[in-house]
Design a protein around this ligand. Sequence first.
Ligand code: WTA
Length: 656
Amino acid sequence: MSQPTIESILQEKRQFEPSPEFSQAARIGSLEAYEELYRKAAQDPAAFWAELAEQELYWFKKWDQVLDWQPPFAKWFVGGKTNISYNCLDRHLTTWRRNKAALIWEGEPGDSRTLTYAQLHREVCQIANVLKDLGVKKGDRVGIYMPMVPEAAIAMLACARIGAPHTVIFGGFSAEALKDRLQDAEAKLVITADGGFRKDKVVSLKPAVDQALADNAVPSVENVLVVQRTKAAIEMVSGRDHWWHELQAGASADCPAEEMDSEDMLFILYTSGTTGKPKGVVHTTAGYNLYTHMTYQWTFDAKDTDVYWCTADVGWITGHSYIVYGPLSNGATSLMYEGVPRPSNPGCFWDVIEKYGVNIFYTAPTAIRAFIKMGEEIPNSRDLSSLRILGTVGEPINPEAWMWYHRVIGGGRCPIVDTWWQTETGGFMITPLPGAIPTKPGSATKPFPGILADVVDLEGNSVGANEGGYLVVRHPWPSMMRTVYGNDERYRRTYWEHIPPQNGQYLYFAGDGARKDEDGYFWVMGRVDDVISVSGHRLGTMEIESALVSHPAVAEAAVVGRPDDLKGEEVFAFVTLEGHFEPSDDLKTELKQHVVNEIGAIARPGEIRFAEALPKTRSGKIIRRFLRNLASGESVAGDASTMEDQSVLEKLRQGS
Ligand code: WTA
């Protein structure tokens, strides 16, 4: 099993110190230095962040108040005026970084582009003007549905520049999922591409936008801006659709950054939760900028000479915070790669590292497990000596995968930063600072300075060393989500009331289980709610159930995660059928495809099992615990006596 078990982590005693040379050259170079920073930040978080905000960001106008905390609603740097696009671009132009590579992009077919800060600034300004000409105003939402091309980053920065919050929708989502998100955000314009390249195939995107907008399903959308990437034939709706390159050619490169309020919305990013449709996580301007800036700088021990590569897609928070905003705010060189390892080129990641001399490499455990399976001859045949730091994110990394990553990719010399965080947190919350904190395989180690993380019971009391509990944060931090778009109540309920506030102290509930060991190291155990992680992609079981139930053959559906060696978890669906439908393999295939159409290929069930009935409590709640056991082939744990009908379980076990 790939997920760490309590037993395996309790036995994990290995510890890796950064080398003295690494620590000496690091921004934060000793455990004492980290502890001193942590202590100072914990004593007065607002003062700590204010000092950094002054030092690290450009402000059109300084704030009046650092933190206004009306639990669970936070405002940071109240009254301040800044712009993240300015911080990511303009301020570097008056320095030597003007001609430094901001983005290096490698396309899957082997084409590539480098944009210096000056060039990136120019293109962002042009597209910002294009957006304005198409009627986008400050506050209007813009949907971005793109492959991994530089234009995706340019689009985000252009939106930020004019104060139009973006909502990036991962290119792997279906037309249905795209429609839901565009509707919820009431997007005024959509930026997309004809398609992209994935695993040696051309995948289309624009047709999904056409489908999402068909029958005026999203009346707020007035225009669609289309990047030409694959040159596949697509339809252009006259008056609505415009080619990016055509409008860019006529656009002025002069577009001063809008003076944004610290708390003006920067973006909405949809993510899966326990209930209902995906929720729009809202992030605002200044706090997000500061926090992604600092976490990038300290966690990756940023040096101006680094080539940094994060393999995430810009459609996820990792792409937002650590391909675009965090690195560029620091004036770093951020590499974007369109491709993924594929049969025709399983070593493509190592080729990219060799070609560009990548120094910092940040990827996900699911990718590492796939590399292990492909064999170490592939990376061993490439020159990976440029690497300095390795990172991982998205799910708990099992110690074996960590050791392999350290030895084979890092040559035993690169610290690994295992960064625990979420869409909601905006930036890294628990992570090693590589020159300071000794690492233990499988542990995200210690909280970032200013983050008062803890492991607690359901009443909010800290649990003892090595006792399992809920991962929480006890004090607001600058890049915390501000609300669920359009739904303050859902925000309050989901994150702040799960563990009831005590004496006015609110705890942010992350939805993860964790334990802290005797050295204060955090070991994240995974979700404690109905969210599953498939290849590091976060999916709500409810969402997949709703997709299944929307098919005419399905009466009821229950979805659980089944442990999978490569993906971490796989979607396993139990389905009962409407009376006149018969179970068949064809129907299974049809239902799997139906989920793909409703959500996207990432949610395709690995297995569907037909059942006559689902196990329920007497009050009618589906008992997922039993289903999880059944899906993973384990014996059904716990007391089944609360079940309405005992025979249901037996039939499920025998089910097809
Ligand atoms: C999981 C991704 C263990 C966790 C940045 C969290 C992790 C969810 C780690 C958020 C890690 C992320 N170790 N688990 N280093 N990083 N997770 O919103 O369950 O896509 O709650 O953000 O991923 O997923 P999200």
